[in-house]
Design a protein around this ligand. Structure first.
Ligand code: HEM
Length: 216
């Protein structure tokens, strides 16, 4: 199968699928504002914070999973979806921050500063977003050309750190029942592990090649 065929159908479908949760949330808030029935529950702000946070994390996980998926099926096309899924992770993280700052705290900067100082998970969330920002800003082809492939790749490896910070954020805020946060942490750990042995393996091969046929 060519690299273009699955992308031609898969990319727009994935784009729509990942837009649906955001559209659902906006729809629910509009219904809430209009006094119509909605699904935001008794604490709409909390539902909104959690929903947008979960989708930011899911998109980040999906971005990290596309490389191993591409290797597993032996096709490069999933790699071309990473820019979109990464940008979705950033967009959901911005939505999450807006939900917390705007809808939950009503832009009460004093409470925000107090939360930031007293609740370590808020710091972890901010650090995750701070890492996602340069990745989103340099996600264009022009940025790759400007930075050069090596520097661009080095910068974009920060996505793994963002994943670790995001699950730390989740683990720290999950009161009592840690199971869901632990599942996400295990998934991130699994994806990181898949990445490490391959690099060591390649280093071994390169080392053997550098030593040349004298050893073989
Ligand atoms: C921008 C800075 C961030 C702030 C201020 C922030 C703040 C919050 C708050 C207030 C909650 C709800 C806590 C509760 O209800 O007990 C939350 C939940 C969450 N956040 Fe963040 N967050 C930030 C960034 C992020 C990012 C970048 C991600 C993921 C990429 C993320 C993922 C999550 C997840 C998964 C949850 C839990 C959802 C659940 O309980 O089901 N957050 N965050």
């Amino acid at each position: 199968m060519s690299n273009r065929a699955p992308l031609a159908i898969g990319k727009p479908l994935l784009f729509l699928a990942l837009a649906l949760p955001a559209l659902w949330l906006v729809w629910q808030w509009l219904a809430f504002a209009a006094g119509a029935p909605h699904h935001l529950g008794f604490n709409p702000q909390e539902t909104s914070n959690r929903f947008s946070g979960l989708w930011a994390l899911r998109c980040l996980l999906l971005t990290l999973a596309l490389r191993p998926f591409s290797q597993a099926i032996g096709r490069p096309w999933p790699l071309a979806l990473r820019r979109m899924t990464g940008l979705y992770a950033f967009a959901y993280a911005l939505m999450h921050l807006s939900s917390y700052l705007g809808l939950d705290l009503l832009f009460d900067w004093k409470t925000f500063t107090r939360d930031l100082l007293e609740r370590p998970y808020i710091g972890f969330g901010m650090a995750t977003l701070a890492l996602l920002l340069p990745l989103a800003l340099t996600s264009t082809r022009r940025a790759v050309r400007r930075l050069g492939a090596r520097r661009w790749l080095a910068l974009h490896r920060l996505v793994y750190i963002a994943g670790i910070l995001a699950v730390s954020h989740f683990l720290l805020l999950a009161k009592g029942d840690l199971r869901e946060a632990q599942i996400y942490a295990a998934l991130i750990a699994g994806l990181l592990l898949l990445r490490i042995p391959r690099r060591y393996f390649l280093r071994d091969i390169r080392g053997q090649r550098a030593q040349g046929p004298a050893n073989g």
